[in-house]
Design a protein around this ligand. Structure first.
Ligand SMILES: C[S@@+](CC[C@H](N)C(=O)[O-])C[C@H]1O[C@@H](n2cnc3c(N)ncnc32)[C@H](O)[C@@H]1O
Length: 222
C-alpha cells in the first residue's frame, strides 16, 4: 500500500464515521491561509483524541503543542462546560491563529493558551495544583523525555498520556540518526520502558499523515 491508498482509506473512514462539523474544516482553512505547516493530527486522529478524552471523563486536559488549535478543538468539544484545556505553544504566530480558531468555534471559555517554550510554561502549571486527567504531547520531539517527566508530575493517578509521532516513518529504529527529534523519540522509548509509574504501549499508524504512530500510557503512580 502506498500513500495515495492510505489517504483514500482515511477519507473513506472520515466520510463514514465523522459527522460534518464546519468548525474543524474552518480551522484547517484558517491554518492554511495563515501559512501554518499542515502537521496537525488527521481528522480521524482528532476524533480518536476526542473519544479518549470522553472515555477518561476528562475535565482537565494538558496539551503540549497547539499549532493552530485543531487538536485543541477536538479536546474542547469533549470537555464538559466547566472543563478546561491548557495548551502550550512556542510560536506567537501559531498561537494567534489558534486563538482565532478557538474563538470562532465558541470554545474560548474552556481553552487556556500559554505562549512560550513548554519547558518554561510547564513549571508554572504546578502552582495551579489541579492535576490533569489527560496529557497530549505533540510539540518538539527532542524534548519528549522532559515532557514525559512533566506529564507524570502534573497528571493524576489514572490519567491518560498520549504521545504523538513516535514512529516517524520507521526512523525511530535508526540508532545512528543525528536528527534531534529521532534521538529524543528513541530516548523517550528508553525512559518510557523503564518507567514504573505508568503502563504504556505504542501503536503504528498509516493514513493521510503517512506512516507514524502514537504511544498511550496510564499513570499508575506519581
Ligand atoms: C505537531 S504541531 C502541533 C499540532 C497540534 N497538536 C494539532 O494536532 O493540531 C507542534 C507544535 O509545537 C510547537 N512547539 C515546538 N516546540 C515547542 C516548544 N519548545 N514549546 C511549545 N511548543 C512548541 C510548534 O510551534 C508547533 O506549533
Amino acid at each position: 500500500m502506498a500513500q495515495d491508498e492510505w489517504s483514500a482509506v482515511d477519507a473513506y473512514i472520515v466520510g463514514k464515521l465523522l459527522s460534518q462539523d464546519p468548525v474543524f474544516e474552518a480551522a484547517l482553512e484558517r491554518n492554511r491561509a495563515a501559512g501554518l505547516p499542515p502537521i496537525d493530527v488527521s481528522p480521524a486522529q482528532g476524533k480518536l483524541l476526542h473519544l479518549l478524552a470522553r472515555l477518561v471523563g476528562a475535565r482537565n486536559i494538558l496539551e503540549i503543542g497547539t499549532l493552530g488549535g485543531y487538536s485543541t478543538l477536538w479536546f474542547a468539544r469533549a470537555l464538559p462546560l466547566d472543563g478546561r484545556i491548557v495548551t502550550l505553544e512556542f510560536s506567537p504566530i501559531h498561537a494567534a491563529v489558534a486563538l482565532e480558531n478557538i474563538q470562532a468555534a465558541g470554545e474560548g471559555a474552556k481553552v487556556d493558551l500559554r505562549v512560550g517554550p513548554a519547558l518554561d510554561t510547564l513549571p508554572l502549571l504546578e502552582q495551579d495544583g489541579v492535576p490533569f486527567d489527560l496529557v497530549f504531547i505533540d510539540a518538539d520531539k527532542r524534548n519528549n523525555p522532559d515532557y514525559l517527566r512533566w506529564a507524570l508530575r502534573l497528571a493524576r493517578v489514572g490519567a491518560l498520556i498520549v504521545i504523538d509521532n513516535v514512529v516517524r516513518g520507521g526512523r525511530v529504529l535508526d540508532p545512528a540518526s543525528d536528527d534531534p527529534d529521532i534521538i529524543g523519540t528513541r530516548r523517550f522509548f528508553e525512559i518510557a520502558g523503564e518507567e514504573k509509574r505508568w503502563s504504556a504501549t505504542a501503536i503504528q499508524t498509516v493514513g493521510a499523515k503517512g506512516w507514524d504512530g502514537f504511544a498511550l500510557a496510564i499513570v499508575e503512580q506519581n
